[in-house]
Design a binder for this molecule. Structure first.
Ligand code: IVH
Length: 684
């Protein structure tokens, strides 16, 4: 294929991919399978590798990210990003509407929209291409986060239809509730601190330096504001609607996400509707925005100090209620993390009885100066667990002095530690502290780890309580006689607890489940060990890289770090885990029991087939791979690493200091020279 032909095919593929992307992410109505999509994308990637000069920065291949940003460039907004005046009071909204009608001197149309709880973004387009994405910043100067915004699938990189040659559109980037929840589940699994809410997570994600990490976070974006572009359309809603035809994801009128009315009652009814139904949305909103629809009136209505008079936000009250704090207790998690819990006088909040609420951590208690006996405000935000947000100072205060955080573990009395830079306290006694033991065993037997049929949390607690086991290793040495008739409790402390005992059938199931788990592959055994920060994905990467636990034990800090996805924190965590005698004892029991501590070469599956049939030469030193690491990476994706360049070579992966002779040879033979980032992109 020559360059001319390649250009035609690249254009064709880009158009198809953009259209499919739009169908999938904006319309929610894909017309081809994921596999077919990937197939087209791979073809485009290959062409761009062969003809790098034809690759555009807005190519559909750029969605996956890959570029790293040290510092986001400051950019002055073409027109300031204003904020809205807020009100929590429906009467104020009515007054605002009446005043707007009065000022206009005629009946007016209002448009009502959702107030998305995310991060405001300004997108600049030129000739239909996304040129720049700028955060709000202080309203006049923001930061250029284009690289990260390109990874957001619902934001078009190339527009369609009759778009103006140059214009700006603004909207809100957010993290859907489901994505947020899944992210936190993964963090919990890896023993990491949970993110507080979708908005902060979206905002943190957008400022990440690694755009590839941003791509994985699945952010989304609604566009709600087209800036003056000499449009002949006179209304705000008309302009937004028009922008939809260019490929933007705009509020859907059929879902009542945007609506117009000419009456104050209409506004109120929209507010009540969403106040009641907002929890059913797959993303968070914190209010309703009401705007004057006729754009011409905006100038006439003018501005207050910071915000326009033609728009106002009605904010929902977070459901919040004051109740008495009876005591503060502390929970110990699987990784030893301590969470303070407020025990409250039971109270009704958003339809449920609340008895307990999260106090987050020691800093939070100190900052809010929460004391036992205080009345505190309890709130149910987007999260399921209610939280204490402040002391209700209109009530008499509780204890006289500030609350003293515990210094010892509430379960085993071991002095707590707090690692530098972390907000949580930890109980370091991970081998004897009971909730940690139960938590670790629960993790060990869980579906994604050893997946032991016939063994549940209650049986595990019973086994620990009876003294039959002390750790996961002991499970594999249990026999029928020990298990039959074993007593355990059903139901947790707050409910009525019942005693049960193991019957023959259950014992047989349990023993069979344990036996079957001996075939669980090494990567899941490694995950089951419960090493802090070693979640499912990281365990997979490590297992595939080191191939055996014996090998893992011999790796230095730097060698650990050279493994894909392993950073400093994970490397430290693994090394410190390995220094603990008690861990090695459990490990030896598991090895003796016959669990998989090696990758079974026959079973070894490739991470992907992306490089099957490709001969690849690597040369020079790399930023994100060790020398062996890059070879392994290629092999794991089915490629063959060869020593010297020939006409049969598919690619040369060039690092820093690639020899000039090799470079020349590759150029002479017209072998595509790619970077380590390109190599990674090929395999995604
Ligand atoms: S219009 C001058 N519409 O709320 C009007 N803003 O305080 C500019 N927001 O920074 C904004 N949903 O991040 C508008 N449907 C919506 C919105 C919305 C959320 C945010 C936006 C802005 C803040 C205003």
């Amino acid at each position: 294929m020559n360059s001319f032909e390649a250009q035609i095919r690249i254009t064709e593929l880009s158009e198809q991919l953009n259209a499919h992307n739009y169908n999938y992410y904006v319309l929610n109505a894909p017309v081809i399978s994921d596999q077919e999509f990937d197939f087209l994308l791979k073809e485009l990637e290959q062409l761009e590798l062969q003809f790098p000069e034809l690759k555009s920065s807005n190519s559909p291949t750029q969605r996956v990210g890959g570029d790293i940003t040290d510092k986001f460039e400051k950019v002055t907004h073409k027109s300031p990003m204003l904020s809205l005046s807020n009100s929590y009071n429906q009467e104020e909204i009515q007054d605002w509407a009446k005043r707007a009608i009065e000022l206009a001197g005629k009946p007016i149309d209002f448009v009502m929209e959702l107030k998305y709880d995310g991060v405001a973004i300004a997108l600049w387009y030129k000739n239909g291409q996304l040129e720049r994405a700028v955060t709000r910043g202080d309203g006049s100067v923001g930061e250029d986060v284009t690289i990260n915004v390109r990874t957001i699938s619902s934001i078009p990189l190339q527009l369609k239809g009759d778009f103006p040659s140059e214009f700006e559109i603004r909207g809100e980037i957010f993290m859907p509730k489901g994505v947020f929840q899944k992210l936190n589940e993964e963090r919990a699994e890896a023993g990491e601190e949970l993110y507080a809410n979708p908005r902060n997570t979206a905002s943190g994600t957008l400022k990440q330096q690694d755009s590839k990490a941003v791509a994985k976070r699945k952010l989304d974006c609604f566009l709600y504001f087209v800036l003056n572009n000499n449009s002949t359309i006179e209304t705000h809603s008309g302009r937004v609607n028009h922008a939809q035809s260019w490929g933007f994801k705009t509020p859907d009128p059929s879902k009542r996400m945007i609506e117009t009315t000419s009456s104050v009652e209409g506004i109120m009814s929209f507010i009540s509707f969403w106040d009641e139904h907002r929890t059913t949305l797959p993303f968070e909103i914190d209010g309703i925005v009401i705007k004057v629809n006729e754009v011409q009136l905006w100038d006439e209505l003018g501005m207050t100090a910071k915000s326009p008079r033609w728009a106002i936000a009605y904010k929902f009250k977070a459901e919040s209620i004051s109740t008495k704090l009876l005591s503060i207790t502390y929970q110990v998690g699987r990784t030893g993390a301590i969470t303070p819990v407020a025990n409250l006088t039971p109270i009704q909040l958003a339809g449920t009885t609340v008895r307990r609420a999260s106090l987050h951590n020691a800093d939070q208690i100190e900052r809010l100066d929460i004391r036992v006996g205080d009345f505190v405000w309890v709130e149910k935000g987007g999260e399921i667990i209610p939280k204490v947000t402040a002391v209700d100072t209109s009530q008499p205060r509780g204890a006289e002095s500030m609350h003293e955080y515990i210094a010892n573990c509430p379960e085993c009395n071991t002095p707590l530690i707090r690692l530098e830079g972390e907000v949580l306290h930890y109980c370091p006694n991970d081998t004897q502290c009971r909730p940690q033991l139960i938590g670790k065993l629960e993790h060990f037997i869980s579906r994604k780890a050893m997946n032991i049929d016939g063994l549940g949390t209650e049986t595990v607690s019973g086994l620990l309580a009876s003294g039959l086991i002390k750790d996961a290793g002991d499970l594999y040495f249990l026999n029928y006689d020990q298990l039959i008739g074993l007593e355990f409790q059903v139901g947790d402390d707050s409910e009525e607890t019942k005693k049960r005992s193991l019957q023959a059938k259950s014992v047989e199931n349990l023993l069979a489940g344990l036996e079957a788990s001996k075939q669980v592959p090494f990567e899941r055994v490694l995950f089951a060990m419960g090493i802090r920060h070693v979640g499912e994905t990281v365990a997979k990467k490590i297992a595939r890289s080191v191939k055996s636990f014996d090998h893992l034990k011999t790796l230095s800090f730097d060698e650990l770090r050279a493994i894909d996805e392993v950073g400093e924190i994970i490397a430290h965590s693994i090394q410190s885990w390995l220094t603990k005698e008690e861990h090695l004892i459990v490990l030896n029991k598991l090895i003796a029991a016959g669990l998989q501590f090696n990758i079974n070469e026959q079973d070894e599956v490739l991470l992907s087939n992306a490089l099957v049939g490709k001969s690849i030469v690597v040369s020079g030193t790399f930023e994100t791979f060790s020398r062996d690491g890059i070879k392994e990476f290629i092999e794991q994706h089915g490629g063959k690493v060869v020593g010297s360049i020939s006409s049969k070579t598919t690619y040369v992966v060039a690092g820093a200091d690639m020899g000039p002779a090799k470079l020349k040879k590759a150029e002479d033979l017209k072998i595509p020279i790619i970077s380590e980032q390109d190599l990674r992109a090929l395999t995604d």
